[in-house]
Design a protein around this ligand. Sequence first.
Ligand code: ADP
Ligand code: MG
Length: 240
Amino acid sequence: MIRIENVNKWYGQFQVLTGIDLQVRAGERIVICGPSGSGKSTLIRCINRLETVQQGRIVVDGIDLTANARNVDAVRREVGMVFQQFNLFPHLTVLQNCTLAPMSTRGVPQAQAEATAMKYLERVRIPEQAHKYPAQLSGGQQQRVAIARALCMTPKIMLFDEPTSALDPEMVKEVLDTMIGLAEDGMTMLCVTHEMGFARSVADRVIFMAEGRILEQAPPQQFFSAPQHAKTQAFLGQIL
Ligand code: ADP
Ligand code: MG
């Protein structure tokens, strides 16, 4: 579903990604962790071309992102993204947040867009909030709206960039539970998160990044019980 081959990326003189190789199969659940500044956000933003790379190849569901700028729209149709900051439109209701992109970029009729939105708001368990504005919701509810909004575009891949990091502790679980539900339904997922309980129970593979490189990757059982690299050991020692 995703093929990343020998990707190198610089911000000016600073090399942020070095020799990244990563393949993700359909339905696979990947957790990416690593110290702040290691390039995790940059890497997943490259997958829907919020960032461009100077070297290497990124192919998403057979569409080569690095070959042709016109492929960007095609890839974005397949890839949903959820950020640490929920990025909901404050002046639109929950329902309008969910119907805006399907109606404006795909020409989905309003009634159909609303029916789809309600289906996904039910799936994230907040259909009763549909007519409220984001500011009237808790952080956990807002993040679940952001997930529902992404699902309304019927993506094949979901990217999560620290989706629970901005939440009060009591709201983390409701968002993780939503993500677990998606994983159980077979969604291909890449999640940057330091929620190691989530990684243990959901991930097929945990990837550790440091200084722009993938230093280590393994199934969670192996990753947590026998980390190979000294930097992985130090990182896990700090967060567990
Ligand atoms: P992470 O998500 O692992 O914390 P990021 O991908 O956000 O790491 O950032 C990796 C490095 O790239 C950091 O040193 C960061 O300061 C730098 N960086 C991120 N975005 C930009 C940018 N737009 N311009 C210049 N440097 C950036
Ligand atoms: Mg980040």
